[in-house]
Design a protein around this ligand. Structure first.
Ligand SMILES: [Zn+2]
Length: 395
């Protein structure tokens, strides 16, 4: 709770505050006033005369940005970040599935989770939507690690009830039961900072029965859903063969009832106009992962077309498809792939992500009353990270 009685701190630096895709407010210099764990306001006028008891921190010529929001990232692939190449389906079978199977070991899963959340915050990410492995225990450990770190996350146990290696294959009922137990235990925990997200991996590895169950559960409980859509040409063709009665890849998820405004679909590269209309009608959020798309040679998401159609778009690092957890690097990739200015890439990495996760009233920029999650950037590197006003990284 932030009240006027809380300890105030004034951070002086260049402050960049994203307001919309086509608008950022710059304060050079600016004063970010933090009261307790919340943003009080940003101002160009030196507030010290009016706040004589506030702590003053002069960050010189460094820059303050909102904490980054990574809306598509695989914790279970952290151990193979930067490893491997090839295209999606080969890459999954050769590198990804064997690594994810290792998370059946709770000691290994706990170690990966700890290291993952450390690396995430070191890179300035203070909120994320995360894919765990299929394992219930590993996912439970991931929530505990996120809670220990104190950041906001949505985490989901990956669901796969067909077309997966034996070690990662689940019975439909077991997959649902495990996911529901995790949802009951963690959704809304840690003062609402932890959320569960139902995570059917993609239509290739899920039966229609599984996806329909997920769709109904999510609608009944107002729960989040995340999955992959239309990443790679071979994958699109394969999914069309698996679901011959559906008119398109997006139609598979639509007929399962998974598409809502609480749904985050990664990639969305090879979509038809009808598919774009379907996503728009359902207010689905699109996680744009340009670095992963380049690395796996998946193609280029038609960013401007999707944006101009009215879809909410955010950024995802998609490790280990992408080789880096750094949202600053992801922003550079987005600028090239989508032909957009840095300010728009910053919006995608912050407020766009907050909107995708239903959190734009809490995080994403420096509006008064939001959580004081911010990063201090120096020459394009993250130097310091604050979560709700608390210093968690850097010096
Ligand atoms: Zn992914």
């Amino acid at each position: 709770m932030s009240t006027t009685g809380d300890l105030r701190r004034i951070f002086k630096a260049r402050v960049i505050n994203p307001i919309a895709a086509d608008r950022v407010d710059r304060y050079e210099p600016g004063y970010l006033i933090v009261a307790g764990d919340r943003v009080e306001r940003v101002t160009r006028d030196d507030p010290r005369p009016a706040l004589p008891f506030a702590e003053f921190i002069d960050l010189g010529n460094k820059t303050i940005l909102p904490g980054f929001v990574d809306t598509h990232v695989h914790l279970a692939q952290f151990g193979i970040m930067g490893v491997g190449s090839g295209e999606l389906l080969t890459w999954l079978n050769t590198y990804t599935y064997p690594e994810e199977a290792r998370l059946a070991n709770p000691d290994y899963a706990a170690k990966v989770a700890r290291e993952f959340f450390d690396a995430l915050t070191t890179n300035g990410t203070t909120t994320a939507a995360v894919y765990s492995s299929i394992h219930e225990e590993a996912t439970d450990l991931a929530f505990s690690a996120a809670q220990a770190k104190g950041i906001r996350v949505l985490i989901g146990k990956t669901m796969m009830d067909r077309n997966a290696p034996e070690a990662l294959l689940e019975d439909t009922e077991a997959s649902i039961a495990r996911s529901l137990r995790l949802f009951e235990k963690w959704d809304g925990a840690d003062n609402g900072r932890l959320r569960y997200v139902f995570t059917p991996r993609f239509a290739g590895s899920c039966s229609m029965e599984l996806m329909k169950r997920v769709g109904k559960i999510a609608r009944d409980r107002n729960a989040f859903v995340q999955s992959h859509l239309s990443e790679n040409i071979d994958e699109v063709a394969w999914v069309r063969r698996l679901f011959p009665n559906c008119a398109s890849y997006a139609a598979v998820y639509d007929s399962a009832g998974m598409l809502t405004k609480r749904c985050i679909m990664a990639h969305c590269i090879h979509l038809t106009s009808d598919e774009i209309a379907t996503l728009l009608q359902s207010q689905v959020n699109v996680a744009f992962c340009p670095y992963s798309n380049r690395t796996l040679r998946s193609g280029t998401m038609p960013y401007q077309k999707l944006r101009d159609a009215g879809l909410n778009i955010s950024l995802g690092t998609d490790i280990a498809g992408g080789p880096s957890l750094a949202m600053l690097e992801q922003m550079q990739e987005a600028m090239t792939a989508a032909n957009i200015p840095w300010s728009e890439a910053l919006y995608l990495a912050t407020l766009g992500g907050a909107k995708a996760l239903g959190l734009s009233d809490r995080i994403g920029n420096f509006e008064s009353g939001k959580d004081a999650d911010f990063v201090v950037v120096d020459q394009s590197s993250v130097r310091e990270v604050y979560v709700r006003g608390k210093h968690v990284e850097g010096n």
